[in-house]
Design a protein around this ligand. Structure first.
Ligand code: DGT
Ligand code: CA
Ligand code: CA
Ligand code: ZN
Length: 580
């Protein structure tokens, strides 16, 4: 355990004692000791090893023993027993913003509140407002805090985290006290869901940055605020952590707080193998833990750290300890696809089924976004809830698209719509016959209603893969992140079949889907399966998903060559025709 972790345990002990109604001197001893440890400038292990804890302000014999136990075993019996002696719901109540131990104790003693649910019920019944020291205002605040807690207890979609984080990053970047700044953590690694958002800043005046961050608009509450770090809740319920370091430390802190944990562990081992020590403060010429500036290896950027450890610059998206070290050593890291490489999309809807815009409006916005082509793949007739097209309407749509493309050409405009369908994969067949599919430029086949049997679901998909008219398998697993589990299917078998038949796979970049998952793309690529990054756009704003999808493709290790919608229209058309 490091000093911050030990301090956190001591702080919690202080709270628990207060909750029990222990004498204030005893509880304060723990909180004071925690403060002392937080401001330590040398590693706590060293103090423990050299038995120097007793020399610190406010740390007597009893605390010395407890801290030693924590540092050496990672756990403290006294803490565990204390926790066990209180109703578990009571401890959880402390995590409701605005509720300290005194208030929790009052609520418990006077209203029998012993969990978040019972607190909510008491508030809703108006009982909390009647207690001395609470009142109607604080009752309303508690209800609000409970709602927030429920929201941020879960993870968040990448898209939501990004939307909350990017304006803050822009503001930090513009602040005069900020030297360098970046997003770190899972958001920088482009994970599909985000626990909390991490910001890192370098500055000579950390307090100014902390003040700015915690007072910024769009921050709903401040969970913690120290000299060099703060945690807040953003609008929408997402937690954000900020750390401020010196500019010399910035690249090391950025690498550390970008993670992942698994990646960091290997990085640290590589440092040790070279007689160095790596931590959030630096890379040091030392064979034991240190943060002595005199021993720091000079690195301006993360790339310098990687280089010192015998590696090419590893992009954040790949830092999951899933093969990046081998590739970084052997100079075989892929040149990852960029969002701006994408030239269009092959899976989108119009107001002919459940999309919002007309064909003309779509052509206009695709052109405005600087893209070249957009396939209209509305739903097929079995998706009646989505106003799926039958053969007659589809043929009518083909004519309208041809006419629109002619008009665009006559006006000297380059954007084109492609004809297509998102054909339902039904139990024993596709929703349209082959001769109709053969008339379309792009056929996406998607499973929308899966059964509970893996073999059966897989068989249905394999039939779609083997149909020579199908170009692309849409959102293979049907998952909805944080909402619905993937269908039971043998993804490997489907990928293998796509490889055998030259069928492409979609990376559906609707942020609720990101399907196929990034973890599969290394395998698909190795089998030679091509990817199409599709926003599955139902309205104009969904075109923005392309950027998110490119990030997920990067995370999957894909290059522009692996992604077919990086091709210009003429080449793409050849691929589409050649598939058949
Ligand atoms: P999240 O927030 O759950 O989506 O995932 P992360 O990766 O953003 O995790 P977070 O916010 O807890 O910490 C940010 C980074 O800090 C993490 O990716 C790696 C680093 N880190 C945090 N705790 C540890 C640790 O105990 N050991 C190591 N090696 N690295 C850590
Ligand atoms: Ca995080
Ligand atoms: Ca964090
Ligand atoms: Zn679909």
């Amino acid at each position: 355990m490091d000093k911050d972790q030990v301090a956190a345990v001591l702080t919690e002990i202080g709270l628990l004692l207060e909750l029990k109604g222990e004498n204030p001197f005893k509880t304060r001893a723990y909180t004071n000791a925690a403060r002392t440890l937080e401001s330590l400038t040398e590693p706590i292990e060293t103090l423990v090893r050299e038995e120097r804890l007793g020399g610190l302000k406010g740390i007597g014999d009893a605390l010395q023993h407890k801290i030693t136990e924590l540092v050496t075993t990672g756990c403290l019996g006294y803490h565990q027993d204390l926790k066990a002696s209180l109703p578990p719901g009571l401890v959880e109540l402390l995590s409701v913003s605005g509720l300290g131990p005194k208030k929790v104790k009052a609520l418990h003693d006077r209203l029998g509140v012993d969990s978040i649910d019972s607190l909510e019920a008491a508030c809703q019944a108006g009982k909390v407002a009647e207690l001395d020291g609470f009142g109607a205002k604080s009752q309303a605040k508690i209800l609000e805090a409970i709602e927030f807690k429920r929201k941020y207890a879960s993870r968040h979609l990448l898209s939501e985290a990004l939307l909350a984080a990017e304006p803050i990053l822009d503001d930090l970047r513009a602040h005069p006290a900020v030297i360098r700044c970046s997003i770190a953590g899972s958001l920088r690694r482009w994970r599909e869901t985000i626990g909390d958002v991490d910001f890192l800043v370098s500055s000579k005046v950390p307090q100014e940055v902390i003040e700015f961050f915690t007072w910024r608009q769009g921050i709903v509450s401040v969970l913690a605020k120290g000299d060099t770090k703060a945690s807040v809740i953003l609008e929408g319920g997402i937690q954000a952590d900020l750390r401020v370091v010196s500019d010399v430390e910035f690249p090391f802190a950025l690498a550390y707080f970008t993670g992942s944990k698994e990646h960091n562990i290997v990085m640290r081992q590589r440092a040790i193998q070279r007689g160095l020590r790596l931590n959030e403060y630096g890379l040091f010429r030392s064979d034991e833990e240190t943060r002595d500036p005199a021993l720091r290896v000079e690195c301006q950027t993360e790339a310098d750290i990687f280089k010192t450890l015998g590696l090419d610059d590893i992009p954040p998206e790949l830092r999951e300890d899933k093969g990046e070290f081998e590739a970084g050593e052997q100079h075989t890291l892929p040149r990852l696809v960029e969002w701006t490489d994408l030239k269009g999309s092959l899976h989108n809807h119009s107001n002919w089924s459940d999309g919002h815009e007309s064909l003309e409006q779509i052509a206009d916005y695709v052109e405005e976004l600087g893209l070249d082509y957009w396939a209209i793949t509305d739903h097929s007739k079995s998706s009646f809830q989505a106003n799926g097209l039958d053969a007659a309407r589809l043929r009518k749509q083909l004519k309208e698209i041809a006419e629109l493309n002619r008009k665009l050409a006559d006006a000297g405009r380059e954007v084109r719509l492609l004809t297509g369908i998102e054909v339902d994969v039904l139990k024993d067949r596709l929703d349209f016959d082959d001769d109709l599919l053969a008339e379309l430029e792009v056929v996406v086949a998607s499973l929308h209603v899966a059964g509970s049997d893996e073999a059966d679901n897989t068989k249905r998909l394999l039939r779609a893969v083997e149909n020579p008219h199908v170009h692309i398998i849409g959102h293979l697993t049907g998952r909805l992140l944080l909402e619905r589990e993937p269908y039971k299917i043998d993804a490997r078998a489907v990928i293998d079949a796509c490889a055998d038949t030259g069928t492409w796979m979609e990376l559906n970049c609707n942020p609720r889907r990101f399907d196929l998952d990034w973890r599969w793309w290394g395998y698909a690529k190795q089998k030679g399966v091509k990817c199409v990054i599709n926003p599955d756009a139902h309205r104009r704003t969904h075109a923005g998903f392309l950027r998110l999808g490119a990030g997920v493709a990067r995370k999957g290790g894909l290059t522009a060559k692996d992604v077919l919608n990086t091709l210009p229209l003429a080449m793409l058309r050849r691929q589409l025709a050649g598939k058949r």
